[in-house]
Design a protein around this ligand. Structure first.
Ligand SMILES: Cc1cc2nc3c(=O)[nH]c(=O)nc-3n(C[C@H](O)[C@H](O)[C@H](O)COP(=O)(O)OP(=O)(O)OC[C@H]3O[C@@H](n4cnc5c(N)ncnc54)[C@H](O)[C@@H]3O)c2cc1C
Length: 460
């Protein structure tokens, strides 16, 4: 590798790039990493972490309301958006510094610059410097899609800007039905805004189990979020300090803030991929094999830029697997099956494995176990909410192939349930496990009756 300035150049200092750079350096490689914005990437700077902090903030309203049923008198509360944003920004700055320090401690040279490929071994930095590397890792992540070029689209913000609004808008229109749209609907509503969610499909959270989708929508609407499906924003017109949002259905909604969360797109533009000979896949991401190797043997790509499973733990795992494969002498492919996922909505969603619809198309026999109940806490608080727990089981082998939960703590429950699904636990194993009482999760091991699907029951 002596013909090169370094062994590895990592483009992008997000979840995947940072992990890959650190592990490669620990394997003895000479590593340089370029980041054009802030070290930490989407997850730390404008994704998972700040979002979860805002989710926590939004949940206090319900806690204050619920306290009365337990004997508490809560004095008049008030909320200050600038305080929340300033505290959030301080924590993000601390994390960014910690990520940078970890990289430097591992011996990685961090360059604050955009980097582009000029050929299969050369990277050019913004100041014109060129670096020759034996291996190059593309870890440039993704960015919010713009949506259709409708009149007034320039007035819409994305999740990037939502983290930096100068004040909390009182009326928000969000277009999108994916997890980011649904989560921000919960955040804004929990903090006191009136929220209208617009989604062109038939129901929110496409790709999730149909029972989950129906249940979450019902609970969101109960908590005051207006959900319009089967239509989209056709135009945004400024009306003084507000916006008139024209929908394809002919309706019109007035809003102080219009947010689009209509999907994300891999950061592949103007990266010099063509010059280096790197090809794209049909999904728009960089095409890679199971070891994250691109069509050019010394160039690899990991994380959202490959548009496989766009989640932080997946990008991190792919980054570590790349470093172990190329510099650790241990070829490692990442298993993208049974990746647990959560939506930090109100109420929360957690899911792992097959949905009922997927199981019914893939398996000879599918059994479904489902419980819907009022959580114990809601008996005294009086909150109008219900938990949904659903197991999807291979009817021939008894294996639990899917687990879906809507309710408080769903994400944490699913992280644990994912171990069972991964190791192939059967429904009989769940049944033989002693319940832990009184918890929500105990329903996972106490459901005995097979159930018709909730979506089907609701339709009948
Ligand atoms: C609002 C939101 C909420 C999310 N919530 C969750 C969640 O709860 N859980 C979860 O698991 N995932 C969540 N995600 C997804 C998660 O953030 C991503 O899957 C993850 O960050 C992907 O990591 P990555 O390393 O592939 O890319 P990124 O983290 O996006 O990092 C890519 C980095 O590359 C830099 N870059 C791009 N091009 C160049 C270039 N040419 N030169 C130099 N630098 C460049 C970018 O500035 C960026 O810092 C969320 C995303 C968003 C937007």
């Amino acid at each position: 590798m002596s013909d090169y300035d370094i062994d590895l150049f990592v483009i992008g200092g997000g979840s995947g790039g940072v992990r890959a750079a650190r592990i490669a350096a620990q394997h003895g490689a000479r590593v340089m990493l370029a980041e054009e914005y802030r070290v930490g990437g989407t997850c730390v700077i404008r994704g998972c972490v700040p979002k979860k902090l805002l989710v926590y903030a939004s949940r206090f309203r319900a806690e204050f309301e619920d306290a009365a049923g337990f004997g508490w008198t809560v004095p008049q509360t008030s909320f200050d958006w600038p305080t929340l944003i300033a505290n959030k920004d301080r924590e993000i700055a601390r994390l960014e510094a910690a990520y940078t320090a970890t990289l430097e401690k591992a011996g990685v040279t961090v360059v604050k610059s955009r980097a582009v490929l000029t050929d299969a071994h050369t990277v050019q930095l913004a100041n014109g410097d060129r670096v020759r590397a034996a291996y190059i890792l593309i870890a440039t992540g993704g960015a919010p899609s713009n949506g259709d070029p409708i009149p007034g689209i320039e007035h819409a913000i994305s999740s990037n800007e939502a983290f930096h609004l100068p004040r909390l808008p009182q009326h928000v229109v969000i277009q999108g039905g994916g997890y980011i749209a649904v989560e921000f609907a919960g955040i804004f509503a929990g903090l006191g805004a009136q929220v209208t969610l617009i989604y062109r499909g038939e129901n929110i959270l496409r790709g999730f189990d149909d029972d989950v989708r129906a249940h979450l929508r019902m609970d969101m609407e109960k908590h005051g979020i207006r959900v319009f499906t089967g239509c989209k924003v056709a135009a945004i017109e400024r009306a003084g300090a507000r916006f008139s949002v024209h929908l394809s259905s002919g309706n019109q909604v007035s809003a102080e803030c219009v947010m689009f969360a209509v999907g994300r797109w891999p950061n592949v533009a103007k990266l010099g991929l063509t010059e280096a000979g790197v090809e794209l896949a049909k999904n728009g991401g960089v095409a890679v094999d199971e070891y994250s190797r691109t069509t050019v043997p010394n160039i690899y790509a990991i994380g959202d830029v490959t548009n496989r499973v766009n989640l932080t733990p997946v990008a991190i795992r792919e980054g570590a697997a790349f470093a172990d494969t190329v510099f650790g002498g241990k070829p490692t492919a990442v298993d993208h099956i049974n990746v647990p996922t959560a939506v930090f909505s109100d109420p929360e969603v957690g899911a792992v494995g097959l949905t009922e619809a997927q199981a019914r198309t893939r398996l000879a026999q599918t059994d479904v176990y489902r419980a819907m109940f009022k959580p114990l806490k809601a008996t005294l608080s009086g909150r109008d909410t219900a938990v949904l727990i659903k197991l999807v089981v291979d009817g021939l082998t008894g294996r639990v192939v899917g687990c879906h939960i809507v309710g408080e703590g769903a994400a944490d429950m699913i992280q644990v349930a994912a171990i069972s699904v991964r190791v192939g636990a059967t429904k009989a194993d769940f049944d033989a496990t002693m319940a832990l009482h009184p918890t929500t999760a105990e329903e996972l091991v106490t459901m005995r009756q097979k159930s018709a699907s909730y979506a089907r029951e609701a339709a009948e």
